[in-house]
Write a protein that binds this ligand. Structure first.
Ligand code: NDP
Length: 494
């Protein structure tokens, strides 16, 4: 029997248990076996974490630290993260089933996100205003917004935390991070690195527990001023309602059902490889998965044939094995949902080109084959619902107008891909797509410099890039009377 690794939470610089001693377990998705346990925080534990964060940013050394010093702490954290990338990647792969090749390179790149925000820490400036009144000098300052509640899902949790923790700390805030019940371990390791980087106690707190009560208590807490959420739209609705209790500023990075458009003049090698990356990379468990693929009729059979040919040859296997190309799904519930939706889609007229079953080679764990459906109708369930798995729904289109209309016919608006050699068309189509990120002749690229976020039910607010820093600050306006005479009688109008 595998020995279960026991983790604690990190509150106010100390490793603690839930006050009532309750614990949860994490399952290794490649084996279906419990491999780690961690505390199940209740409302009182959440209160401790938020109060510790509030003290740290109002009374502790963090409150007095210069922006340059804060940047150095973040840079130190980035260095530690990069140095520990291999070990962290192994833990993340065990916790969530994501391929070791993916977790290792993503962890290294996560360090670059922290470096980006470290460099920005002392570059935020205030303004002086050419005010429309004599003898008054008016300036604005950018101040920390307050305690940040960061809520992240189980996929890419280090990266999704870095885009919240980086700007929060660079601008002088303290943060309480609620890890997902399905994959908290990498974030508890991140907490250890924060202590090693000598980020003062209370500035970064990592708590573990269930959405309700832990996430609920955190997002409703009166001392929380900023809520940065990544997850699904139905959870986001709870969060927005909870924010009515503290009027916290909310950013939402939600899911997607992103379209990839392939025109008949496209470079088909790029299109095929992008469709594969956009649907089977990370086992399709990516918010930007390009899971609705629209292909112009002239090249439909060739593109689908080539994608299916490679999909059949994807090596599905143990995510810790360097030669595996696709791992398991993170939870059993996802696989059950995907099986149900694929069956319903076939019943409603979709044709299974490949996949649609559990791979015979993997009897244990939550594996599912790379799956391609061709769809006669935009309303088949696989084309409407975010599945968060390796399932692609493909459609034919006749012309540009039909492709744009079909691509926009969704409640989501996170990302989109356009494949064409016609630059005029690529820009024309890009302007018409209701999506926060558009990739032209490429897919799934990201950078700390590039804002990330969606339209419509894919959320609001942007992570990464300069604007995201400002979202963790408030503007203070300061008025100074420079006149030599005292202020006049307020009841005499001039
Ligand atoms: P969920 O929305 O189920 O959960 C996200 C987080 O919210 C988890 O930590 C969860 O805790 C917590 N939570 C659940 N209920 C509440 C509540 N009532 N109050 C506060 N917090 C709560 O998403 P998944 O974990 O299933 O992740 C998949 C979703 O995330 C997909 O929709 C995906 O598209 C989206 N996503 C979006 C990204 C983006 O940048 N746009 C990137 C990656 C994923 P617990 O785990 O304990 O339930």
């Amino acid at each position: 029997m595998t020995e279960i690794v026991k983790y604690s939470m990190f509150i106010d610089g100390k490793w603690v248990e839930a006050k009532d001693g309750r614990r949860l377990t994490s399952i290794n998705p490649a084996t279906g076996e419990v491999w780690a346990s961690f505390p199940e925080a209740g409302a009182s534990d959440v209160d401790d974490a938020v109060r510790a964060a509030h003290r740290a940013m109002t009374e502790g050394p963090w409150a007095r630290m210069t922006a340059t010093e804060r940047g150095k702490k973040l840079r130190r954290l980035a260095d530690l993260l990069a140095a520990q990338a291999d070990a962290l990647a192994k833990l993340e792969t065990t916790d969530t089933g994501k391929l070791i090749r993916e977790t290792r390179s993503q962890t290294r790149y996560t360090a670059e996100y922290l470096n980006y925000f470290a460099g920005a820490a002392d570059k935020l400036e205030g303004t002086t205003l050419p005010i429309d009144k004599p003898d008054l000098f008016v300036m604005t300052l950018r101040e920390p917004i307050g305690v940040v509640a960061a809520i992240v899902p189980w996929n890419s949790q280090l990266m999704l935390t870095a885009v919240k923790l980086g700007p929060a700390l660079a601008t002088g805030n303290a943060i309480v991070i609620k890890a997902s019940e399905h994959g908290p371990v990498p974030l508890l390791e991140l907490a250890r690195l924060c202590a090693e980087a000598e980020i003062p106690p209370g500035v970064v707190n990592v708590i573990t527990g269930l959405g309700d009560p832990c996430g609920q208590a955190l997002t409703r807490h009166p001392l929380v001023a900023r809520i940065a959420f990544t997850g699904g739209p139905s959870t986001a609705r709870h969060i927005v309602r909870n924010s009515a209790e503290n009027f916290g500023v909310v950013s939402l990075e939600l899911g997607g059902k992103s379209p990839i458009l392939v025109f008949e003049d496209a470079d088909l090698d790029s299109a095929v490889n992008s469709i594969l990356a956009g649907n089977f990379g990370a086992t399709g468990q990516s918010c930007v998965a390009g899971s609705r693929v629209y292909i112009q009729s002239e090249v439909f059979d060739e593109v689908i044939g080539r994608v299916a040919d490679r999909a059949k040859r994807i090596r599905v296997g143990n995510p810790l094995d360097e030669t595996s190309e696709m791992g398991p799904l993170a939870t059993e519930g996802q696989r059950i949902n995907i099986e149900r939706v694929v069956a319903a889609s076939v019943k409603e007229g979709a044709t299974l080109v490949t996949g649609g079953a559990r791979p015979a080679s993997q009897p244990r764990g939550w594996f599912y084959e790379p799956t391609i459906l061709t769809c006669p109708d935009p309303d088949v369930p696989s084309a409407r619902q975010e599945l968060f798995g390796p399932v692609l729904s493909a459609f034919r289109f006749k012309d540009e107008a039909a492709a744009v209309a079909a691509a926009n016919d969704t409640e989501f608006g996170l990302a989109a891909g356009i494949f064409t050699r016609n630059s005029g068309r690529s820009l024309r189509v890009m302007r018409q797509l209701r999506a926060g990120i558009v990739w032209i002749n490429t897919y799934r690229a990201s950078s700390p410099l590039a804002p990330f976020g969606g339209y419509k039910s894919s959320g609001s607010g942007r992570e990464a890039g300069q604007d995201s820093l400002l979202d963790y600050t408030r503007t203070k306006t300061v008025w100074i009377d420079t006149a030599t005479k005292p202020m006049g009688d307020p009841f005499i109008m001039r």
